[in-house]
Design a binder for this molecule. Structure first.
Ligand code: MG
Length: 340
């Protein structure tokens, strides 16, 4: 099978603040696999803090190309992805770009949507959250107005001015919010004090309150927290799911962390067996990566798939949103068409 790929850069509609400056773009790579005249599309997104780059993804795909060349049949997807995974550790976004392109292709070969192949029930699609980043109060208020179609907001906190941020939000909306701390609370006592303070403020869950390696303190917090706590950075791949049992109530699964749809589906099944709540999330991605993740959304409790709404130069038409919910289309594969 043939694999081709092209690097791109996505530009944000509104650049956002990070610890050492302003981020206004994210590097991505779009992949294509071909079989019997059909093309499957995939995407790797590489936010700089996760360690992958154009250079690392292109180097990985050069090797992956030879692996794919050996296979004639895309339906051998499990064997193909196993071999791709063995090329090198890490490189999860590069691996996801191949996984997504293969799923798109095998959906197209069967003329079926991936959500159908994953046995998803379209009536069970969860609401998606609209992200409010760390910002000045006036910008936060403006973003709440911009996100008025959405029923849930995802609010980023970092341990500085957190109560003031929540007060700003609660001065303009009483909609439910999910909190994402991105490991930003320094210790378990601060985390518990904050969560208790948040417990009467209509908060659905708190994502990654503590450092990702700190599972002992997460377990301590899990036993005391009045609000469900979710793992994001603490869970990358399938093998991490069992490790966080009794440390979190839920898990945020992202295709770019876990190498794609095949492994995400396995993680969802295992997480259900362990009674975790599930969120499917994203990086800054085009509608290609977002639509791929959305195919799995009927299998989870919450979706955080607003990545393509926040960029200026989407390269695909894919899933859409109506009244704060994902709308899956009937197109085969991951349901995308490349923009011309
Ligand atoms: Mg997160």
């Amino acid at each position: 099978m043939k694999l081709t790929y092209l690097p791109h850069t996505l530009y944000f509609k509104r650049p956002f603040k990070i610890a050492h400056g302003i981020r206004s773009s994210t590097p991505i790579v779009i992949t294509q696999t071909e079989h019997e005249g059909l093309t499957g599309y995939g995407e790797a997104s590489m936010p700089p803090y996760l360690g992958e780059s154009h250079q690392s993804v292109l180097a990985f795909l050069t090797i992956a190309k030879d692996v794919l060349n050996k296979f004639q049949n895309p339906f051998e997807i499990e064997s193909i992805l196993n071999e791709i995974d063995l090329i090198a550790p890490g490189n999860t976004a590069a691996k996801a770009s191949i996984d997504i392109a293969l799923h798109d292709l095998i959906g197209k070969l069967q003329n079926k949507s991936c959500w159908e192949l994953f046995k998803g029930d379209k009536t069970k699609i969860p609401f998606t959250t609209y992200t409010i980043g760390i910002d000045e109060p006036e910008i936060i208020k403006q973003k709440i107005i911009e996100g008025s179609d959405y029923n849930y907001f995802k609010v980023k906190l970092n341990g500085e001015n957190d109560k003031a941020t929540i007060a700003t939000i609660r001065s303009v909306t009483d909609k439910p919010i999910a909190i994402d701390v991105n490991q930003g609370w320094k210790d378990k006592h601060i985390a518990l004090e904050m969560i208790e303070w948040l417990s009467d403020k209509n908060v659905l869950f708190v994502e990654q309150p503590l450092q990702k390696e700190n599972l002992d303190d997460s377990h301590w917090l899990f036993e005391r927290s009045p609000i469900p706590i979710f793992a994001d950075e603490s869970v990358q791949r399938y093998s991490d799911v069992d490790k966080v049992k009794d440390c979190f109530h839920g898990i945020n699964i992202k295709l770019m962390k876990c190498t794609g749809m095949f492994e995400a589906n396995k993680m969802i099944k295992r997480a259900h067996e362990l009674n975790f709540k599930l969120l499917i999330g994203c990086m800054s991605e085009t509608s290609c990566g977002i639509s791929a993740a959305a195919q799995l959304s009927p299998l989870v409790d919450y979706a955080d798939l607003d990545g393509a709404l926040l960029i200026k130069n989407d390269l695909f038409d894919g899933i859409t949103f109506a009244n704060g919910k994902i709308v899956l289309n009937e197109l085969p594969g991951i349901g995308v068409v490349q923009k011309t």
